[in-house]
Design a protein around this ligand. Structure first.
Ligand code: XIL
Length: 298
């Protein structure tokens, strides 16, 4: 195959990109998106501040632009993200306790119900664990409503959209480390107690080296009985970029339950990582060595 999406499909995987609704009027951007990718993740448009800007008033206009574009072309859609400590609307940021818990449950129910049947995988909870060696939950207004907020979120999402794969998604989880191990223990506990979780997303915002246990770490999660997905891949441009992209792709293919890879943008100029030039397509719209490394690995 000669495109990322088609090559991944031959391996039973998807290859996706984060998409910004505002760029769907850029013909170069759309040309690359439609040629290369068979999955999309709205980069910001499904976040809490975008979908519920004032409490109880839901707005899906920008998210729907991406969903319509994808559906018309047979692309899968990853939903991102129902609950996160960041990009909350101001009204939620200032809430706490049982009022926030109710608002949180309502938000999950409303958004997951609105998109029921159209989302392949939902990031139900994003970035709920702390960095560093503690293995603790991240402090946030959501965490302060009670340690059970994550399982409540997953049960609520399952009730609203029974056929979507429900994922926990995080970063700095690319090796066996205290943070990834804390998440591993949560997933193991959820599986043991019947809390509905189907997948773990590894954002994989990477620098200039790939942990040697990257594949083994994916595999240990898969061995718990969940799918794994690379959900926000980008890698600092440097001497290693192409090799690292190839290695990440091979790691996913080597794990039977690694179901797909998403890069966090289309061109370097679309990336949230500014001057890192962390993506597969350059600022002129041309395929980079990193692109060829991925295609060769698929
Ligand atoms: C980023 C977007 O790319 C930016 O446009 C936005 O300003 C901030 O959020 N982890 C995530 C993503 O889960 O939602 C973030 O996306 C990048 C880090």
């Amino acid at each position: 195959a000669t495109t990322l999406g088609a090559a991944a499909a031959e391996k039973g995987r998807y290859f996706g990109a984060a998409v910004a609704a505002a760029k769907l009027s850029d013909s170069q951007y759309v040309g690359i998106l439609d040629r290369e990718f068979n999955s999309v993740t709205p980069e910001n448009e499904m976040k809490w501040d975008a979908t519920e800007p004032s409490q109880g008033r839901f707005t899906y206009t920008n998210a729907d632009r991406i969903v319509s574009h994808a559906q018309a072309r047979g692309m899968k859609i990853r939903g991102h993200a129902l609950l996160w400590h960041a990009q909350q609307p101001g009204w939620a940021q200032s809430m706490s306790g049982s009022a926030l818990r109710s608002a949180m449950v309502n938000h999950v129910t409303q958004v997951a119900t609105y998109y029921r049947g159209r989302i392949h995988s939902w990031d139900v909870v994003n970035e709920a664990f702390a960095d560093g060696g503690s293995g603790a939950r991240r402090d946030s207004n959501l965490q302060r409503t009670g340690n059970d907020w994550i399982e409540v979120a997953f049960r609520t999402a399952r009730a609203a959209d029974p056929n979507a794969k429900l994922c926990y998604n995080d970063y700095n989880t690319d090796s066996v480390n205290p943070k990834s191990t804390a998440i591993y223990h949560m997933v193991r506990d959820f599986k043991a107690r019947g809390v509905p979780i189907d997948c773990v997303g590894f954002q994989s915002h990477l620098g200039t080296s790939l942990p040697g246990d990257y594949q083994a770490n994916l595999q240990r999660f898969a061995d718990l009985g969940v799918d794994v997905q690379i959900t926000e891949l980008d890698i600092t441009q440097g001497s290693n970029q192409a090799a690292m992209y190839g290695a990440v792709t091979r790691a996913c293919l080597a794990v039977a339950r690694c179901t797909g890879i998403t890069v966090w943008g289309v061109r370097d100029s679309d990336s949230w990582r500014g001057t890192d030039n962390a993506l597969l397509i350059d600022r002129s719209g041309n395929r980079k060595p990193a692109y060829q490394a991925v295609l060769d690995a698929l």
